[in-house]
Design a protein around this ligand. Structure first.
Ligand code: BJW
Ligand code: ZN
Length: 249
C-alpha cells in the first residue's frame, strides 16, 4: 500500500530520524561508502573507535580533519531544507540525527538531538576535559593527510573529536529525549540511514511498538515488513520536497 500524504498533514507529533544519507546530496560521504585516498584500506569502524585512535592518532585525526573540511565546504541540500520547513507545518517536531555534521542547523532546524555527538566539539582523550579553544582546520586538511592531534591545555594528552565511537555510550540525556519522542510520536520519518548501528537503530522499532507509523526515505530497500511501515524509494533531496508538496500543497 502506498503512503498517504494526508497522514503527514494530520500528524501532531512528527519524529524525524536522520542518518548519513540526508547529507549525501551535500557531497558528504555516507559512513558505509568506500573511502578514498589514504583511508581506502581503512575500515571506518576501526577509525571511529578508541582502539583505532590509540593505535594511530595521526591517521584518525587526519580523517576527521578531512571530513571537517568537507563539511565546512558543504551546503544544506533540499532534504535538510524540507525538514526545517516541516517544523513550521506540524504542531510538534522532534529532530533526532545520527550525523555529526551541522547541516540541519545551517538549514534552519533548531533543538537538533545529536545522538553521536558533533564534529565541532573536542575533548581530551586522556583526561576527558572539554577543549575550550577551537581547533584550527589545517590548510592541507582537504587533501587528506595524517595530522597530529593538538594537545590538551590541562594534561598535554591528545585531543579527540567529541563524537561517539563504537563501544562508547551515547549522551544519556539526548538518548532519553529521543526514546521519549519515539514513544510519543504518531509518525516517524526515517531518512537516509542503514539502521544497523545500535542503540540508535532501535528508535524506529520503539516508535512502531508504541503505535506510530514509520515512513522510510531511502534509495535502498530498508523495510522490515511491519504493517504500519511504508517507504518512499529515492534520494531524500527529491523525495522530501515532493512529500511536503503532496501533504501541504
Ligand atoms: C540515502 C541517500 C540519499 C544514501 N537520500 N538516503 C546490539 C547488537 C549488535 C551490536 C551492538 C548492539 N548494541 C551495541 C552494539 C555495538 C555497536 C553497534 O551497533 N554495532 C553495529 C555495527 C552492529 N554500537 C555501539 O558501539 C554504540 N555504543 C553502545 O552501544 O554503547 C553501549 C556499550 C558501551 C560499552 C560496552 C557495551 C555497550 C555506539 C555507536 C556509535 C556509532 N558511531 C558512528 C561514528 C560517529 C562518529 C563519526 O561520524 O565518525 O556513527 S558509526 C556510524 O554509523 C556513525 C553513524 O551515525 C552511524 C549510522 O550510520 P548511518 O547514518 O545509518 O549511515 P550509513 O552509511 O550506514 O547509511 C547511509 C544510508 O543512506 C544508506 O541506507 C543509504 O542507502 C542511504 N542513502 N544516499 C537518502 N541521497
Ligand atoms: Zn587532558
Amino acid at each position: 500500500m502506498p503512503f498517504d500524504p494526508n497522514l503527514l498533514a494530520h500528524t501532531r507529533h512528527l519524529l524525524v530520524f536522520t542518518g548519513a544519507g540526508v547529507s549525501a546530496e551535500s557531497g558528504i560521504a555516507t559512513f558505509r561508502d568506500k573511502l578514498d585516498g589514504l583511508w581506502a584500506r581503512c575500515d571506518p569502524t576501526q577509525l571511529a573507535s578508541a582502539e583505532g585512535f590509540r593505535a594511530d592518532p595521526a591517521l584518525v585525526w587526519g580523517w576527521y580533519q578531512m571530513r571537517r573540511a568537507g563539511i565546512a565546504r558543504a551546503r544544506p541540500n533540499p532534504a535538510h531544507l524540507a525538514i526545517a520547513a516541516l517544523a513550521r507545518r506540524v504542531p510538534r517536531l522532534t529532530l533526532v540525527t545520527q550525523n555529526v555534521d551541522d547541516l540541519h542547523e545551517r538549514a534552519g532546524s533548531t533543538d537538533v538531538l545529536h545522538l553521536h555527538g558533533r564534529l565541532e566539539d573536542f575533548r581530551c582523550f586522556t583526561c576527558s576535559r572539554p577543549a575550550t579553544t577551537a581547533v584550527a582546520l589545517a590548510a592541507d586538511a582537504r587533501e587528506g593527510r595524517r595530522s597530529d592531534p593538538p594537545c590538551c591545555a590541562s594534561c598535554g594528552g591528545p585531543l579527540r573529536p567529541g563524537v561517539v565511537w563504537f563501544g562508547e555510550t551515547l549522551p544519556e540525556q539526548v538518548l532519553d529525549q529521543a526514546f521519549a519522542a519515539a514513544q510519543q510520536c504518531d509518525l516517524l520519518l526515517s531518512v537516509g540511514t542503514s539502521g544497523v548501528v545500535q542503540p540508535a537503530a532501535s528508535i524506529p522499532r520503539l516508535a512502531l511498538a508504541a503505535g506510530a507509523t514509520l515512513l522510510h526515505v531511502n534509495p535502498q530497500p530498508v523495510m522490515t515488513g511491519h504493517p504500519r511501515e511504508f517507504a518512499l524509494t529515492g534520494n531524500a533531496g527529491k523525495v522530501l520536497p515532493e512529500l511536503l508538496e503532496a501533504a501541504f500543497g
